[in-house]
Design a protein around this ligand. Structure first.
Ligand SMILES: Nc1ncnc2c1ncn2[C@@H]1O[C@H](COP(=O)(O)OP(=O)(O)OP(=O)(O)O)[C@@H](O)[C@H]1O
Ligand SMILES: [Mg+2]
Length: 384
């Protein structure tokens, strides 16, 4: 049995993992870039170091018997060291370092999806002097340009609408992908355990904010026809099985009006779209991830009620709102849950917290979220 979980990264995802670990009687150590990262309030031990600090990795390995990630941007050298220690039987690393190495690079990820025969938007590699005009010829206009590495939360992604000067084509290693529009964006959370047990959550729908290109609402179960829901589930499970993935994976999908289901990308970790599983599902994605990696039987993914989550972003409406003095959760009424990450509002649109509402229908859950957000904006100071 495993006793001590190590986590790379210490944001809100790490914080929720630490809380789930405690419930499962595991001790936790996180590697945090900053002393005030959210998960430092929830971990048993904290190592303050940048992710590329090999000494921090050795410290983590000395303390832990199982190691995981709340983010993908772990330097390849560190991943290779973790792989060596895993192969030597000194520690279990899950998901495998090879999965992170594959997914860190959007080009290698797309090639893998294509080689495996999974449906994904057509793309070309633009790393060797391909021009915007050549890309447009191959995948059409507009197209989506993505950097091979380093993108997240919509950074490193741009829509190129014409080959003139209006959207400068990025130099360097990128891909150009066909622009899929209109579409719905759906994610399926898939847990696969170290012995190959699989558990899928009902698909979630992510609603993007037109400004900032980030997720505003998540609703579940996604309002899809049963045929599309089944297609999405089967495809997502097949992707994780093909990777031989261990842990919880979020498979991000596009669903076109014609009913085509395409894989956008794979997150080899718990996902921001899955926060609502904390209250809405019998087992949260965080507990499920830990169960999967330590070889416990997976929990039930049953959804108890329709749910809506809204991200609380650092934007003018909410300027100065500090609803909780400490990071944590407050139940505002019987079916409204406020989570506050306790982060400094350093950047516009930074994720400061989220709210989850459960109701009899998705529309009611969303209306409840909107009401709670309006009160939050009106309140400013700490909630009573
Ligand atoms: N081919 C496409 N066609 C249309 N829209 C796209 C396409 N690729 C990406 N997008 C839009 O850009 C968003 C971000 O793209 P992607 O998921 O590849 O990048 P990311 O920054 O890694 O994402 P995340 O926000 O999950 O960290 C998508 O959620 C989608 O809204
Ligand atoms: Mg994405």
């Amino acid at each position: 049995v495993f006793k001590h979980l190590g986590i790379y990264g210490a944001g809100q995802l790490g914080a929720f993992l630490c809380q789930a670990a405690r419930k499962l009687d595991l001790e936790t150590t996180v590697i945090a870039a900053q002393a005030d990262d959210t998960a430092t309030s929830f971990a048993d031990h904290v190592i303050i170091a940048p992710l590329d600090d090999m000494q921090a990795t050795h410290e983590l390995l000395a303390a832990c018997d199982v190691v995981t990630f709340e983010l993908e941007a772990v330097p390849p050298d560190v991943l290779r060291e973790l792989e060596r220690q895993n192969a030597a039987g000194k520690v279990r690393v899950a998901p495998a370092a090879k999965d992170l190495l594959l997914i860190q690079n959007k080009h290698s990820q797309k090639c893998w999806l294509q080689d495996q025969g999974f449906p994904t938007a057509p793309f070309i590699d633009c790393s060797s002097d391909v021009t915007a005009a050549e890309a447009a010829e191959q995948v059409g206009l507009p197209f989506v340009q993505k950097t091979h590495r380093g993108g997240y939360d919509g950074r490193g992604v741009q829509i190129v609408r014409d080959t003139g000067a209006s959207t400068p084509f990025w130099p360097g290693a990128t891909i150009a992908e066909q622009f899929i529009e209109p579409k719905r964006e759906v994610a399926v959370l898939v847990a696969r355990s170290s012995v190959g047990e699989l558990a899928l959550y009902p698909a979630l729908e992510m609603e993007f904010d037109p400004v900032g290109n980030l997720v505003r609402y998540v609703v579940a179960p996604a309002p899809l026809s049963s045929d599309i829901a089944q297609q999405a589930a089967r495809l997502s499970a097949d992707v994780v099985v093909a990777m031989n993935g261990v842990g919880l994976f979020a498979v991000e999908l596009f669903v076109t009006p014609q009913g085509q289901v395409l894989v956008n990308e794979i997150a080899p970790r718990v996902h921001n779209s899955g926060h609502l599983t904390i209250e809405a599902n019998a087992t949260s994605q965080y507990e499920q991830h830990i169960r999967a990696i330590v070889g416990l039987p997976l929990g039930s993914t049953e959804q108890l009620k329709p749910a809506c989550m809204v991200n609380i972003l650092n934007e003018p409406d909410l300027a100065g709102a500090v609803p909780l003095a400490e990071p944590g959760m407050k139940r505002l009424n019987s079916s409204t849950y406020l989570h506050w990450y306790g982060k400094a509002p350093t950047k516009p649109l930074r994720k400061m917290g989220h709210m989850t509402c459960l109701a009899e229908t998705l529309d009611l859950a969303r209306a409840q979220c909107d009401d709670a957000m309006a009160s939050l904006a009106a309140q400013k100071g700490e909630l009573a």
